[in-house]
Design a protein around this ligand. Structure first.
Ligand code: ADP
Length: 440
């Protein structure tokens, strides 16, 4: 099992890293093409509303500055640029003396006629080969910056010749930033998942070390404590029994206290031993047999007769608990489980109340319940009490002694049988503990 785990984590991490990397590459490719096609779509929309006559009338000289066609185009381009936050310029380029030049540009830095000698193939090819393909050029650099451009040739429909190329530019920074933002998501998600796995692994490793410690050392420590404690308890008892006449009243009280404290500690030590031994057991290692639950409960209840009388508590078996209620269980451990639950129900019940035990059957489960009319448990404690070493304030007030280990033990037993335990309770009204077991 340990060997499997030591391979399991690196393999899972490698698989996740691989999936993360593949997803990042996929996102990168998808984003690149989506930004380019979105830029092209927008360029297309602008190009479709351009009037060929307006463009044909431009001379590509300073004289255009007063031409109403130039002014109208310039105003339109400036508006488009202002409306789209990620677009840096909208322009028309012509071709003269083997070099592209600006006819109109939304930006002031390019007056009509300005030569664009850095222009790449996307600007030249349409004029040189009458190539009417729409292209996305870039990323490339010119004197104003680094760009990604959607270029659309404007064609004279009469002679099928290209008169200008319309372009819209997105700055390379915006382009890379958008790609980075989206591609970073799978990277972050992958790193996050890997960190979670590593942290989970570390926690599990620590738990394993703790479990090994508990398995090996708790029984030794507990045995070492039990022997002197038993000695002290016996000495106190014999002092009380045999030297009683020579003791003052106060001394007797003190010795009685020593004896009681020893006995509490011995109970705690016993519970710790039980717990550490049960936590080692695997469910496949328990020996199950047919157990008639009602018989088992009658055996348990016999031991509580005195407490029931003292507190005037009625212990009732619900009619649902017939002789036919049989479970497949480890008899002794199952008995300890009910013993703990019934003992708690009596311990934390009020005088003159009732404790009822019953069961509900459904297709998958048999659910046993132990209901009391006692002090109840605050909702915030209803999970904690199963973790061990925890006692509620209410419980401490009415019952000084207790280990807070019983329910943890009970939880383990129910889990060993493939079941689960929980409680429902209202403070000062009572509690019901449920144990659900699968029906075999
Ligand atoms: P202990 O009874 O020795 O304290 P347990 O593990 O059996 O230890 O129970 C843990 C705590 O759960 C108790 O201290 C008490 O606060 C609470 N508890 C358990 N059973 C009941 C019950 N029937 N009614 C009210 N509180 C309960």
């Amino acid at each position: 099992m340990n060997k499997l785990y030591s391979w399991y984590y690196p393999i899972v991490i490698i698989i996740i890293a691989f999936i993360g990397a593949a997803f990042t590459v996929y996102t990168y490719v998808k984003m690149t093409s989506s930004i380019k096609s979105s830029l092209m779509e927008r360029a297309d929309v602008v190009a479709q509303v351009l009037e060929y006559d307006q463009i044909a009338s431009l001379t590509g000289t300073k004289e255009d500055l007063t031409d109403p066609n130039y002014l109208s185009l310039k105003e339109r381009f400036t508006k488009i640029r202002a409306l789209s936050g990620d677009i840096r310029s909208v322009y028309l380029v012509g071709y003269r003396d083997d070099v592209p030049f600006f006819l109109v540009n939304s930006e002031e830095y390019s007056p009509p006629g300005q030569i664009y000698y850095e222009a790449g193939a996307g600007f030249r090819k349409p004029f040189l080969h009458n190539d009417q393909t729409k292209v996305v050029e870039g990323v490339y650099a010119d004197r104003w910056g680094t760009w990604l451009s959607a270029l659309i040739p404007i064609v004279n429909s009469e002679n099928d010749r290209i008169v200008a190329v319309m372009g819209i530019d997105m700055s390379a920074r915006t382009y890379y930033k958008t790609i980075f933002m989206y591609s970073a998501l799978p990277v972050i998600a992958t790193i996050f998942i890997i960190i979670l796995i590593i942290v989970g692994h570390i926690i599990r490793k620590k738990e394993r070390v703790l479990l090994e410690f508990k398995t090996e050392f708790v029984p030794i420590i507990v045995h070492e404590i039990r022997t002197p404690l038993t000695g002290i308890s016996l000495t106190a008892e014999s002092l009380l029994n045999y030297s009683s006449d020579n003791l003052l009243q106060d001394q007797k009280k003190d010795i009685q206290m020593i004896k009681e404290s020893c006995q509490n500690l011995l109970t705690m030590v016993g519970s710790l031993l039980d717990l550490s031994s049960i936590e080692e057991v695997a469910s496949e290692d328990i020996l199950k047999q047919q157990v008639v639950v009602l018989d088992l409960l009658h055996e348990i209840v016999k031991n509580f007769e005195l407490c029931l009388q003292e507190k005037n508590i009625a212990l009732i078996f619900d009619p649902s608990l017939t002789n036919d209620v049989v479970v497949l269980a480890d008899r002794e451990r199952f008995k300890r489980m009910f013993d703990n639950l019934i003992s708690n129900a009596i311990k934390y019940s009020k005088q003159h109340s009732a404790v009822t035990i019953g069961c509900d059957l459904n297709e998958q489960n048999i659910v046993f319940w132990i209901k009391d009319q006692g002090i109840g448990i605050h909702p915030k404690d209803q999970v904690r009490i199963f973790r061990g070493f925890y006692r509620t304030e209410n419980a401490k007030r009415i019952e000084k002694h207790g280990t807070g280990l019983g329910l943890r033990y009970v939880k383990h037993i129910s889990e060993l049988h493939g079941g689960r335990i929980w409680c429902e309770s209202k403070e000062n009204e009572g509690s019901t503990f449920f144990v659900a077991l699968p029906r075999h």
